[in-house]
Design a protein around this ligand. Sequence first.
Ligand code: NOJ
Ligand code: CA
Length: 721
Amino acid sequence: MLHYKILRISNTSFLFIMKLTFLLSISFVLFGAAHAQQLKSPDGNFILTFMLRADGTPVYSLAYKSKAVIKSSKLGLELKRDKKSLLDDFTVVDTATTSFDETWKPVWGEVKTIRNHYNEMAVTLNQKETSRQIIIRFRLFDDGLGFRYEFPAQKNLVYFVIKEERTEFAMAGDHTAYWIPGDYDTQEYDYTTSKLSEIKALMAKSVTENLSQTTIPATAVQTSLMMKTNDGLFINLHEAALINYACMHLRLDDNMVFESWLTPDAIGDKGYIQAPSVTPWRTVIVSDDARDILASKMTYNLNEPCKIKETGWIKPVKYVGVWWEMITGKSSWSYTNDYPAIEIGKTDFTKAKPNGTHGANTANVKKYIDFAAQNGFDAVLVEGWNIGWEDWFGHSKDYVFDFVTPYPDFHVKELRDYAKSKGIKIIMHHETSGSVRNYERHMDTAYKFMKANGYDAVKSGYVGNILPRGENHYSQWIINHYQYAIEKAAEYKIMVNAHEAVRPTGIARTYPNLIGNEAARGTEYQAFGGSKPNHVTVLPFTRLIGGPMDYTPGIFEMDISKLNPKNTSHVNSTLANQLALYVTMYSPLQMAADLPENYNRFRDAFQFIKDVAVDWDDSKYLEAAPGDYITVARKAKGKNNWFVGNVNGYQARTSEITLDFLDAGKSYMATIYADALDAHYKTNPQAYRIRKMMVNNKTKLSQFSAPGGGYAISIMATGKK
Ligand code: NOJ
Ligand code: CA
């Protein structure tokens, strides 16, 4: 279904555009500028305007249904070594407009097929003084705008160093924003909701509350940035296809103008570019209905099609893990407590003194494998299986992990065979400790070890400073490492779930073996002191815009001291809210993060986690307001079963939905797992009730959700009319 047409072949529209350009150029010549070009989205709701100012500075603006989204904003890049930057002195050499319409099938996803439909305008600019040429390519979809810079191969622009990208996004008002600080090393923040004008004053508070260690620019925020305007627009700024470039944050000035702010490398440079080359796409997703932001597939559409030829080995995964017990402090990753005595390569672990709390011991792993097999899970994640944790915690050395040497109580082959006999996969864990060159040196051996022992997915982690140069977590150098790890894993048919790596930008379209990322504040923070109860009503509007998150939901015991008396954290969520996350936080990789014993206490509620699908043919966004509530319905892949999830913010609320997405004339059995009327994320989180009822596509539901609560519904086809 590929369809590519050049707009200019239509004589009438060509003539019309000529006339329009003529008129526009006359009017702009009067003001000393020229070359205003306009592009419309396929449905006509968006209008993009591009022009050069009198000094040859490229600018653009964007309107949606006649409302200003981006006011006149500059485009360009400041270079470090070159005498002249790529900021001004440009003339337009060529403007090419095309239209594109295709439908593609993701390997996994929220929907079976995705339409990629846009109008494009590529403007070739020539810098008069230097004769250097760049292209600015705009793609206008029905859900928003993507644009990027391109540097074609040429004599006068072979390679250069970026001092700063100077792309502006001038906001049309003092919008409400859902933001986290522009940290270079972590996205693991609670979101702050404030007016744009309040960001500066609230930044320090947010950084302190979240205990960030990093020095960050005072007015920069991270993307994906979600905003709501006073006149009812929802605007999301992010990037797509972040490849061989630094991650973009946004710095706000006092006039409500955001400017791109790239993550510097260890010596402060922002990018090394060699032509031919392109930047990531800068994206602006817009609608007057918040649900459209959740449904947008623009970020994926701006990425290249799948580059993995045979994808049959890439499969969605529902898993449990030897994990929450370490996160809560109930057990340990390390085998001994003998930190100073351990020396990698010298210590014989079979002689080391066990601490008695090591989680990844063979008997415990078998317990999880049994639980997984009995309850229909695909896999068990095991962390703390390999030597190195003592040394890392003790010394922060950069050669700690080799990713192939198990602790003496983790029997690789015995567990491989046991898992296989039960039809369960073990998920590998590679904590790199930020020692990226060490990881790259061991990568082939580590991936081969995985294949030899039956592992086909790895959770990797990048905790701590990036060694050896002290890189930030999101600079170009390490973005290239994350990409290398994904592509190398694909060669071995290995799926990747990277934690503490850069937030995704739709790359999973091209490399669908990237089945998960963390890159935001996940459930682990509920055991590190707690997260805001409305956190999960923001994440789908921000972090999930670029791809799925390994959020690790499913906590049933909210009082963490019950697991570890020394840990007084409280999980700020009701149990029903935890169930809803399997639907609202889309991911082809879903964990049931709590311990088997906690699931066994609430078997009736656990049934939802057993039933819920991890791959979908369709998704309907029923209700949405960032920070307040999200209700989503999804149809299980290849089945006529639906699952609905609602997550709720601070205020109790009654959600009103119609099940009109069900097939007409068919009846279904719905099981509703909902907050009890007296449920509350803090005081009464485990109060839920379950009820069953027959439903059809006419059924209307009025369903209560408590503060920090929600509901989950399974809707199974009965085969009856
Ligand atoms: C932080 C990760 O987010 C967490 O999931 C992991 O268990 C620890 N690092 C240890 O690698
Ligand atoms: Ca983390």
